[in-house]
Design a protein around this ligand. Structure first.
Ligand code: SAM
Length: 278
């Protein structure tokens, strides 16, 4: 997806309730752009849609009618307690902000019960943002392993987020019990990106170029580095620690977490001030 289209969707969906940060949306657009530039085709699937904030962007990544978007969510419904849940909000979001039409398949159920027929088995992009417990994340990765095609990607939410340790638990258990299914490719913006071992080199070629990452993710982190993680080179979009001895960086990184636009502007002012006083 082109940079301008991603900006437009981020702007339009700003008021939709959800947890999809602008920088993560730009990361999705960058990965989509890479897939399209090398001709990787396939469907898109999301576990955990909530009100549809991330689903709108995923929908815009589709290649017309040739690909479909599947989403799975329990939508907070409970038949035994007669709770209606938030499916109406999701439907409204998709009606107002996307043109998915028949390309959208909504599965209102527990993600652990998804079948390969429902997810399809040739997904190029699979977003896991459902239950954040160790068992749920493990189960969702198993579902993804049956759904993702040979060059596809899995994006795992709240990767290494200390507020959700179950995500790391589920990820490492999966890596331990099912070696060779996926390897890490990139980590950043609260997301972990995985791919098939055979496709790792293909994506790395593009992500090796920090300038390309910077251009695609404008409100991005302050550095991009490559580290060995689970035995493979992994790109890390790195925001410095809050406890950095550099006060300016500490303030910027805290502000960046909550108000990316404001942090950008503040960074420009500080850089300008430094250049004038140097
Ligand atoms: C963090 S929210 C998703 C946020 C959304 N992707 C966004 O960007 O705003 C998590 C969603 O996962 C759903 N969920 C949690 N556990 C689930 C499960 N086991 N099966 C299906 N959906 C689940 C919840 O109903 C909730 O809507």
């Amino acid at each position: 997806m082109e940079f301008d289209s991603a900006c437009e969707i981020i702007r339009r969906t700003r008021k939709i309730e959800g947890w999809f940060w602008p920088a993560a949306a730009h990361l999705f657009a960058l990965l989509d752009e890479i897939q399209k530039s090398v001709g990787i085709e396939g469907n898109i699937f999301e576990i955990g849609a909530y009100h549809g904030k991330s689903a709108v962007l995923l929908c815009a990544m589709l290649r017309g009618n040739a690909e479909s978007l599947g989403v799975c969510d329990r939508f907070g419904c409970s038949s035994d307690r007669n709770v209606a849940g938030f499916r109406p909000q999701f439907d409204r979001t998709m009606r107002n902000h996307s043109s998915a039409g028949s390309c959208l398949r909504v599965l209102q159920k527990d993600s652990a019960d998804l079948t390969p027929e429902e997810t399809t088995t040739n997904c190029r992009f699979f977003h896991i943002d459902g239950g954040h417990g160790g068992r749920e994340v493990y189960d969702d990765l198993v579902v993804a392993s049956k759904a993702v095609g040979p060059n596809g990607l899995v994006v795992l939410d709240d990767f290494h987020n200390s507020a959700w340790p179950g995500v790391a638990e589920g990820f490492f258990r999966f890596m331990h019990e099912r070696p060779g299914e996926f390897v890490p490719l990139a980590v950043g913006f609260n997301k972990g990106v995985l791919t098939r071992p055979s496709a790792h080199g293909l994506y790395r070629r593009f992500l090796n170029d920090p300038a390309r990452c910077w251009a695609a993710i404008p409100r991005g982190p302050f550095s991009v580095k490559t580290i060995e993680f689970c035995g493979v080179d992994t790109v890390l979009f790195h925001t410095p620690s809050h406890r950095s001895p550099d006060l300016r960086r500490s303030i910027l990184s805290i502000v960046h977490q909550h108000r990316p636009r404001f942090a950008d502007a503040l960074g420009r002012v500080l850089r300008y001030h430094r250049s004038r006083t140097a």
